[in-house]
Write a protein that binds this ligand. Structure first.
Ligand code: SF4
Length: 233
């Protein structure tokens, strides 16, 4: 039993989701995700962040910026091995260079290098198209749709699963798509809300809901947080 179980015991998911959001927003405020100066930079970040911390991704992006390479056509032309060296801090750099190149190839060859055109169309159609690109999985595809193209898609990650399974709203082994549908069916469909909510859950998981030994005593979703928060601050 976790002290956040009172949520699932007393509230349906459609009641609990807004409440959790309110609590987290109150603590953390707006997160203004995703970090990035341009659509391309956001997409590069979404691809590079797989299985690595954001600080490493930042180093890789800084290397690309240092070479003036946040540019579709330049990334299309650059040799894959050179690209791999530049993004080395993001880990799995040979594979990630191939993934980046695969995405860039599609935009250059099928959309005349126009990233805006790539994003036009219905969410499901775009998602399918992204998932067909080498190395783009559901989480990366959805991050690109939500953060680069402002489409209302709820991004699922290990943090989302961990938090909602500990609250007892879901089974630990629920599939990506099932959890996504469950959340989207029980909350207002709004891109800004999905954007903030995902970022807030990431914060909660990193600050309190750790994989092992979570800091439940201080967690804003703890049943007793409201009563005792003065002691925590
Ligand atoms: S850290 Fe918070 S959300 Fe995670 S299990 Fe504990 S009380 Fe629940």
């Amino acid at each position: 039993m976790f002290p956040c179980n009172y949520l699932s015991e007393n509230k349906t998911l459609s009641e609990g989701l807004p409440l959790i959001y309110e609590k987290l927003y109150l603590i953390y405020g707006p997160q203004d995700w995703w970090p990035g100066d341009s659509k391309l930079e956001i997409i590069i970040g979404a691809i590079l962040t797989q299985a690595v911390s954001w600080s490493n991704v930042e180093m890789a992006i800084d290397n690309l910026k240092g070479q003036n390479l946040i540019d579709i056509n330049k990334l299309h032309k650059i040799d894959k091995n050179r690209l791999a060296k530049l993004i080395k801090p993001s880990g799995y750099y040979n594979m990630k260079a191939k993934k980046l190149k695969s995405f860039i190839d599609v935009v250059v060859n099928e959309y005349n290098s126009n990233l805006d055109d790539f994003g036009k169309g219905k969410r499901e159609q775009k998602r399918k198209e992204l998932l067909e690109i080498y190395g783009i999985g559901p989480e990366t595809a959805d991050s690109i749709l939500l953060y680069a193209y402002q489409k209302p898609v709820f991004v699922i990650d290990t943090y989302t699963k961990r938090i909602f399974s500990r609250i007892n709203y879901i089974e630990k082994d629920i599939s990506y798509e099932n959890l996504q549908s469950l959340i989207e069916d029980n909350i207002e469909t709004k891109q800004e809300l999905f954007n903030e909510y995902h970022a807030l859950l990431v914060n909660l998981a990193k600050d309190y809901c750790l994989k092992s030994s979570p800091f439940c005593d201080q967690c804003p979703l703890n049943k007793h947080y409201e009563e005792e928060k003065d002691d925590y601050c």
